[in-house]
Unconditional design. Structure first.
Length: 531
């Protein structure tokens, strides 16, 4: 648009005040519809302008306000939009308005000015930073709800992750620094990664927020790619340092092939974090930083990527606006995803490469209970199980997640709701529940609990060694005890899910032993499945 100005008298030497010019163009004989942003053209004069305002007087007459006028419209000529006549010009004189540009500034630092966004709203911030809004546009005034937390101060928590170490790469716990270290040699194809077994469940209509602190130690190097975020081999959102080029990405396999859409730092659409925007913050990827991602899903939602600057304010670097932007939906197949960090050599690197993960958390942006999509039950049936008092606990019933469900890797969560222990015999029994793997069982034969379930059940095992005994309970002769195992926390004590490698199926097993002799027992388990 053309920038104009007026001058304080005398006009020839006075100080300039910035204005914007608008022309009011009256019309009659309306046969179409005017819309904001349309370019109008005089059918005879060829004059043009873009509509910024519309004033309706009758069904066929009124006026439009236009900017960037070129040429002069003539009375009674056609007003055309895309070569289609819409109305006739009414009058041969036109009112030109000069609107003064008002700027609110800090008098001590004039470069600090009030900003207006693309919707015409003022952008308001506070000394603690900008207000935080959820991915669905609600101001966050309460506490988000943690789904899972990851910290490594006292150990690497290896049981919770799938670590890949290829061609000399390693994943280790740095006990002094309290972090996870990925280290790759210079070898082409070297790969190290850590992926959480837990796939954080998405809740429709609720945003997911990922926060993780990372440090690299260099600004990037040729033939080395690092990624960190919420993703797996098929879908997800992540930060990427490819060589020395920093960017953000979305991975999707909705068309059957996993494809990455990457936007590099120089093309970020909100704040490039290179010192030129916002708080003049310049991101140094070689230093420790807190990175965050929040996302809508619902198939077509927005994804935002950002960093927290030294004073604690959240900076939005880039957002993917997926709604109304593509014919391909959804933008990724699922938002139920694991936390992952990875480092891979795409060629021979110049030196050993390292990536450090300090801490992380995945949250729902508001308190949302995760409710199972289906409820199920299983028991030992009408045949009693006899256990004696001279051997280790005998398996009574066990359950494990399937590897696949409806043709896809099973990323559902099996959450125990309640369990009933019955002692039909004449001596007390000690029941134990714990987790284990098939390799630590004998005689097991798992079968599907049904086509609508993500679980397999076994009642045939003859012995078990628990990897992690979780609880024990004495049940007197002739007694039944029912235990409610459903906790209010999202971090649930009795959950089972397929490991991130897509192969390993952890088992929850209930076993019993008679106290002082043999006794007959039974177990009933009730669970929900979150898919």
């Amino acid at each position: 648009m053309t920038n104009t100005y007026v001058q304080v008298p005398p006009q020839s030497t006075g100080k300039k005040v910035a204005t914007e010019a608008r022309t009011k163009l009256s019309y009659d004989n309306l046969t179409g519809v005017f819309s904001l942003g349309q370019t109008v053209t005089g059918g005879t004069s060829g004059a043009t302008g873009k509509i910024t305002g519309i004033n309706i007087e009758t069904t066929v007459s009124g006026s439009i306000v236009i900017e960037d006028r070129i040429g002069n419209f003539t009375d009674d000529e056609n007003i055309e939009v895309a070569s289609t006549p819409i109305a006739l010009v009414n009058g041969s004189s036109f009112e030109t308005l000069e609107s003064q540009k008002m700027v609110l500034q800090d008098p001590d630092n004039p470069s600090r000015m009030q900003k207006i966004d693309r919707f015409g709203a003022t952008l308001n911030t506070f000394s603690g930073g900008a207000p935080v809004f959820s991915p669905f546009g609600l101001m966050m005034v309460g506490e988000p709800q943690s789904i899972k937390q990851y910290r490594f101060a006292y150990g690497g928590n290896d049981d919770g992750f799938w670590d890949q170490e290829i061609s000399g790469a390693s994943v280790s716990w740095d006990s002094l620094a309290g972090l996870i270290l990925l280290s790759n040699p210079t070898t082409n194809g070297s790969h190290s990664s850590r992926t959480s077994h837990f796939y954080h469940p998405y809740a429709p209509g609720t945003g997911t927020l990922v926060e993780l602190s990372m440090t690299i130690g260099d600004i990037g190097k040729a033939n080395v790619t690092r990624r960190w975020g919420l993703f797996d081999d098929d879908n997800g959102v992540f930060f990427e340092l490819d060589g020395t080029t920093f960017g953000v990405g979305i991975r999707s396999n909705v068309d059957g092939t996993a494809t990455d859409t990457i936007v590099t730092q120089s093309n970020f659409n909100t704040d490039k974090a290179d010192g030129s925007d916002s708080l003049a913050f310049s991101l140094d990827v070689s230093k420790g930083n807190i990175y965050w991602i929040d996302l809508q899903w619902l198939g077509v939602g927005r994804v935002r990527f950002g960093v927290i600057e030294p004073n604690g304010s959240r900076i939005i670097m880039h957002d993917f606006e997926n709604a109304n932007s593509s014919s391909v939906v959804p933008y990724m197949r699922t938002a139920t995803l694991p936390m992952r960090i990875e480092q891979e050599n795409t060629g021979t690197s110049g030196s050993t490469s390292e990536l450090r993960w300090i801490c992380g958390v995945v949250k729902h942006t508001n308190n949302t209970p995760i409710i199972g999509s289906s409820n199920h039950t299983a028991n030992t049936g009408v045949s009693l199980v006899t256990v004696d008092g001279t051997s280790d606990p005998k398996p009574i019933i066990s359950g494990r997640p399937k590897q696949t469900f409806n043709g896809h890797p099973n990323r559902g969560i099996v959450r125990l709701r309640s369990v009933s222990y019955t002692n039909f015999g004449t001596v007390p029994a000690l029941f134990t529940v714990g987790s284990t793997l098939d390799a630590l069982m004998t005689g097991e034969s798992f079968t599907s609990h049904g086509s609508d379930s993500i679980v397999e059940i076994d009642t045939n095992a003859t012995s078990v060694t628990f990897s992690h005994p979780q609880s024990s309970r004495y049940v007197s002769a002739g007694e039944t005890i029912t235990v409610d195992a459903q906790a209010g926390s999202q971090v649930h004590e009795y959950e089972a899910y397929l490991f991130a490698d897509g192969i390993t199926q952890p088992v929850i097993c209930w076993a019993a032993v008679g106290i002082g002799g043999s006794t007959d027992v039974g177990v009933t388990i009730n669970w929900e499945e979150i898919t």
